[in-house]
Design a protein around this ligand. Structure first.
Ligand SMILES: Cc1ncc(COP(=O)(O)O)c(C=O)c1O
Length: 414
């Protein structure tokens, strides 16, 4: 009855069964996986949105339907200026609006691949890539990011990436900074990756939804955006993705975009073809487009509030883990996530991530994600377990949850 692309296993996993049971029993949950900012007690995003909606209610353009397949010109001007401030140089003509970043991926996969073609995606990373590729008839093939204990950073394993390329490979996706590792791609890796993509005629797709959330002052080790240098001679066709779900913490607007860059004739042809794809759906809500310039102009307050929370929660977690031998907070450059590493006993197997997560939920009512959801252990350290936490929860929730996490992880590490 159903297509192969929709033949998923719909059965619940153990964690969601336990979660449902806990909810059904009316027991409390400290949710340290919460990454929906509208549930984390921030005030700036809602204030910004409310003010924009009040003005929109008086805007006569709100009553008209004026579709533009690439997106409202004023919204595209604001997006081009936003990326200009990050170090890129796009014009509004290089921008195309989409209904969320997932739609941006779908459009690009339709543009770049035929059924059974392949796109390379980072591992560990965002678990949606397999679904996004398969729904367009493509295959998502992982390449490895490795945590280097010597330099304490995540780096692309370019050799594994090159080994994963074949004649059906059409694009390489990078997440800059990556989620959940929080690592920006290093400049040295980018130049190798650009050469490889140009040589093999692969498009480079850079998901930069978390680019504004660097934890420390800019370092010369990575570019703020892959739009910087993307128009230089010899660079590959490049697409940068971003959207308001992270830049403005307003996921309910379902508003994102693609910026095209690279060799001008190829870039312009790609954008013209993307316009046909977008015109087929015209999925982007007109009202969101009208308020986007005002929202982007107000992003500083939103990002400051979120960064303050993320830094504070991270610092608390680092302090709490430092008193627990066998546990470590992995370093990150940016983003909304933290990764805890839990070492096994010397010579023994790593602690069981599912058992740790189940004990935290059943015993302490604390919800975290096991590292295997993101393929963490095989790339970070096979002898350890990993847990992934969101850094967005309100401090009282976070502190109470982390207390139990530290206790249970330290017991497992003994
Ligand atoms: C790397 C990455 N890209 C995109 C998204 C989702 O963006 P959107 O809400 O615009 O679809 C997420 C959500 O967590 C993400 O982690």
């Amino acid at each position: 009855m159903f297509a192969r692309r929709a033949s998923w296993d719909l059965s619940q996993n153990d964690l969601s069964r336990r979660l449902d049971a806990r909810r059904a029993a009316g027991l409390p949950i400290l949710d340290l996986t919460e990454s929906n900012p509208t549930r984390c007690e921030f005030s700036s995003p809602a204030r910004l949105l409310r003010e924009a909606l009040e003005r929109l209610a008086r805007d006569p353009n709100a009553e008209r339907y004026l579709p533009d397949a690439r997106g409202d010109p004023a919204a595209r001007r604001a997006i081009a200026a936003y990326h200009g401030a990050q170090g890129g140089a796009p014009t509004p003509d290089h921008v195309l609006l989409t209904a969320g970043t997932s739609e941006a991926y779908a459009h690009l996969f339709r543009l770049l691949g035929d059924p059974a073609d392949r796109v390379l995606v980072p591992s560990p990373s965002y678990p949606l890539f397999g679904f996004l590729a398969e729904l367009e008839g493509l295959e998502a093939v992982p390449y490895m990011l490795r945590f280097r204990a010597d330099s304490n950073e995540w780096r692309i394993d370019i050799d594994s990436l090159e080994a994963a390329c074949d004649a059906r490979t059409r694009a390489v996706v990078v997440v800059h900074p990556n989620n959940p590792t929080g690592g920006f791609m290093r400049t040295a890796d980018l130049s190798r990756l650009r050469n490889l993509c140009a040589r093999r005629e692969l498009a480079l797709v850079s998901d930069e939804v978390f680019a504004d959330y660097a934890l420390d002052a800019p370092s010369g080790e990575w570019p703020g955006t892959l739009l910087a240098g993307a128009d230089a001679a010899g660079a590959p066709l490049t697409f940068v993705l971003s959207g308001v779900s992270k830049t403005l913490a307003l996921p309910q607007l379902k508003l994102a975009w693609i910026v095209g860059a690279g060799p001008a004739p190829l870039r312009d042809e790609a954008l013209a073809r993307l316009e046909v794809i977008a015109d087929t759906y015209l999925a982007v809500n007109g009202l969101g487009q009208l308020i986007l310039p005002e929202l982007l102009a107000g992003r500083a307050a939103v990002q400051a509030e979120i960064l303050e929370r993320v830094r504070r929660n991270r610092a608390h977690l680092r302090r709490a883990l430092s008193a627990r031998p066998g546990t470590t907070l992995l370093p990150a450059d940016a983003g909304w996530c933290a990764i805890i590493r839990v070492r096994g006993t010397p010579g023994g197997p790593p602690p069981d991530e599912d058992a740790l997560v189940a004990e935290l939920l059943d015993g302490a009512g604390v919800l975290v994600q096991p590292g295997w959801f993101f393929d963490l252990s095989s790339n970070a350290d096979e002898k350890s377990a990993h847990l992934v936490l969101s850094l967005l929860p309100a401090p009282d929730v976070f502190v109470a949850g982390v207390d139990a996490v530290c206790r249970i992880c330290a017991d497992a590490a003994r």
